[in-house]
Design a binder for this molecule. Structure first.
Ligand code: NAD
Length: 416
């Protein structure tokens, strides 16, 4: 596990990519730092009558391409450095997806599981009111992240609308559909990941029909990735969650409907009947065509990377592969689809939601799906072509492509 904090890692990644394109060091200096960071105190009256003051952050990294965009997380371990790093990664992710957005991220230092619903609502409204002056549909558009959800977004939107005196639906995304949320948001990240895997398979001549798959993590991203790959004819033979992993054979692949039913009923995939139990570590090293890490960061390291047999590693999770592991996988011919490309479907449907809010006209699930596919296929092709051009792995290519877009916008605007 790396000792560096997330911001140091983000800066290092930026510097490495900048080297490939020989980027002016003044520009690198500018891109290392967020444009603005706001630290706020949020006083909340607790149910027992006491007052607690929580700390909240919003980091706005760069808005050369459009308004800042990125989630808000509620977690006891949230730090300023983490939020700054995440906002930089959002700049690159939005640029890779070709969205007219910059990067932002927010966080509140809190364990939301210890708060009542009323306390959570007061905290959410307090946080949003405190950052409201630097937020807006043309300024910065938050969304959910760890332990925030459509209900949090509904409170954010309502608080902002109350402050400004009219309904401002486009100020946050991933809202409930009844108040401006988009069709397809729930499955957007896994759907986007599927489209990228489909293109990657074509590019390396792998037939998705009958390709074998292992998925680590069976939450929002992992479970729906199972569904979409199964629909395309792929054979998901191993899945896992925090309790363990299960394995079957390609002639008896795991069925999404059954695994999700067992997961919902018993709390874990390990209770599926008639399968072999393995560990999460073993799952990563299985002889499959496609491996989808969709749980935690830093799970593919220099220790296990030499044993990875998959042809494609599609990063549903953020940061599952360490830089050392990246080099090993590249040398071994494994095609890694990096997080800022592979899991950009979520922010892409957020963009589509924002567009619909601004039009006041809403698309059908089919229309949203077609637009998402268009975004993801283009993103894949742009990163793929960059990788060929610079002879680098897909992660470096994604960074190079993203940085080039941001820098081009900065040049035209006369910032550099
Ligand atoms: P989630 O909370 O719905 O699911 C996480 C899953 O990981 C759960 O099944 C959990 O049991 C499992 N897990 C936890 N610890 C594990 C362990 N040690 N080994 C194996 N599995 C373990 O989360 P999610 O929304 O599916 O997000 C998963 C990853 O994808 C995260 O890294 C997240 O940042 C990233 N991501 C999510 C979205 C999104 O739209 N949901 C978008 C971009 C990136």
């Amino acid at each position: 596990m790396s000792q560096k904090n997330p911001y140091e890692i983000a800066v290092e990644q930026l510097e490495r990519a900048a080297e490939i394109i020989d980027l002016d060091k003044d520009i690198v200096e500018r891109l290392k730092r967020p444009d603005r960071v706001l630290i706020v105190s949020i006083p909340v009256r607790m149910d027992d009558g006491s007052l607690k003051v929580f700390v909240g952050y919003r980091s706005q990294h760069n808005n050369a391409l459009g308004p800042y965009k990125g989630g808000v997380r509620y977690h006891p371990n949230v730090t300023l450095e983490e939020v700054m790093a995440l906002s930089m990664w959002m700049t690159w992710k939005c640029a890779v997806a070709g969205l007219p957005y910059g990067g932002g991220k927010g966080g509140v230092v809190v364990d939301p599981k210890k708060l009542s619903r009323g306390e959570l609502e007061r905290l959410s409204r307090g946080y949003f009111a405190a950052i409201a002056r630097i937020i807006g549909p043309d300024i910065d558009i938050p969304a959910p992240d760890v332990y925030t959800d459509p209900q949090t977004m509904a409170w954010f939107m309502d608080e902002y609308s109350r402050l400004y005196g009219y309904n401002v639906f486009g100020v946050v995304t991933a809202k409930p559909t009844i108040i401006g949320g988009s069709e397809g948001r729930l499955t957007s990240t896994s759907r986007g990941l599927f489209f990228v895997v489909e293109e990657a398979a074509k590019a390396i001549g792998l037939d998705l029909k009958n390709a074998t798959v292992a998925i680590q993590g069976y939450g929002n991203v992992g479970s729906f990735t199972h569904k979409f790959l199964e629909e395309a004819g792929a054979k998901v033979i191993a899945v896992s969650d925090s309790k363990g992993a299960i394995l079957t054979s390609p002639d008896k692949p795991l069925k999404f409907e059954e695994v999700i039913r067992v997961k919902r009923k018993t709390g874990s995939v390990i209770n599926v009947k008639g399968v072999k139990k393995i560990t999460n570590e073993e799952l990563l090293e299985l002889d499959v065509d496609i491996l989808v890490p969709a749980a935690l960061e830093n799970v593919i390291t220099e220790k296990n990377a030499p044993n990875i047999k998959a042809k494609i590693v599609a990063e549903g999770a953020n940061g599952p592969t360490t830089p050392e592991a990246d080099d090993i996988l590249y040398k071994n011919g494994v095609l890694v689809l990096p997080d800022i490309l592979a899991n950009a479907g979520g922010v892409s449907v957020s963009y589509l939601e924002w567009v619909q809010n601004r039009m006041g006209y809403y698309w059908t699930p089919g229309e949203v799906d077609a637009k998402l596919k268009d975004i993801m296929v283009k993103a894949f092709m742009n990163v793929w072509n960059t990788a060929q051009r610079y002879n680098v792995d897909m992660r470096k290519a994604a960074y190079v492509y993203a940085i080039n877009r941001v820098v081009e916008a900065m040049r035209w605007r006369g910032w550099i």
